[in-house]
Design a protein around this ligand. Sequence first.
Ligand SMILES: [Zn+2]
Length: 400
Amino acid sequence: VVSLAVINIGELTTNDPKIGRGATGRRERAGVVIDGSRVVWVGDSNAVPAADIAIDAMGAAVLPGFVDSHTHLVFAGDRSGEFESRLAGLRYDGGGILSTVDDTRAATQIELDNLARARLGEMRRQGTTTVEIKSGYGLSVDCERTLCEVARGLTDEVTFLGAHALPREYVNRRTEYVELVGTSMLDACSPLCRWADVFCDIGAFDVDESRSVLLAARAAGLGLRIHANQLADSGGIALAVELGAASVDHCTFMSTRDRDLLSGGDTVVTLLPGAEFCTQSRYPDARALIEASVPVALATDCNPGTSYVTSMPFVIALAVREMGLSVDEAVLAATLGGARALRRDDVGHLGVGARGDLSILEAPRAAHIAYRPGSNLTRCVLRGGVPVDMAPDASAREVT
Ligand SMILES: [Zn+2]
């Protein structure tokens, strides 16, 4: 076991109010020591205990690794043409998912693994150290199982999303498909998963269909997440609260009643502004959520149709510029918020005992993430105390 000290940190964000100022637990001229994979010491840079290796941050900002709690990384195919037509006036209705299903079913597991690893590598090089990955582009028992296997090779946070869309072969057999998802498909996938998710929205699955799948998943021991109210007021937010889901995601359409249901609870609202940006849709009312004490997370929603975004820094910049979050609120939502959405207390902060996941920026303050959108300001990333390979052609080799 090797110990590693990061010294001369200009601005350290810990998200631990016991360590520094405010909710971000911020302090200047700081140091961090990681022993093995865990943070063992945080304090003044001139008092850092001896360690086997020292990294000199040279006055740069350091923050916890990003927790991207909503991604669809495992898919094949290309939908840049659909993106272009949508910008030329076509409205997004969720139908494009089936074209990705065709391409994903035609790909081999090795091809899918290589594609997902390359995307994960992009994420890591921009400071993401924990990622949730959903299935959902197979929509058959075998293909959904394959997608879960690929995801499980890349993360512990695998989500079964068999109820992502109705596959073509079930177009006149909705009830049969919903039944399949909650029985044999769930049985094939649940041993590889920690979570189940449902696309509860217009053009996808209604509240009763979603509830039946989620109840089956809960009985199989999975935690629950819901894609809700992205395209319309689907009733998905109330369902998330009813079922005690860990996270309800999108929430573009949200009533005062929905907000009251969520207020002060532990169902996190995961905001995905990359989707609104890429589809030119209206943004959810993030300020109203924060004012109502609803816990919020920020994630990329990385997917080939509506948000082919791997960058949490870009998502933070959007949240600040387009949804009125302060930089501190956005950074908290992208780290601690994501951890809460995954019900994890070992990531998303840099308190003693946390996993040694952090980014050293090419900037003196975390605010530069929003202030300088479009530049990758990530100089160095540690994951479990181990430096991430920052070479652009490095595939993400680490497991979990
Ligand atoms: Zn999604």
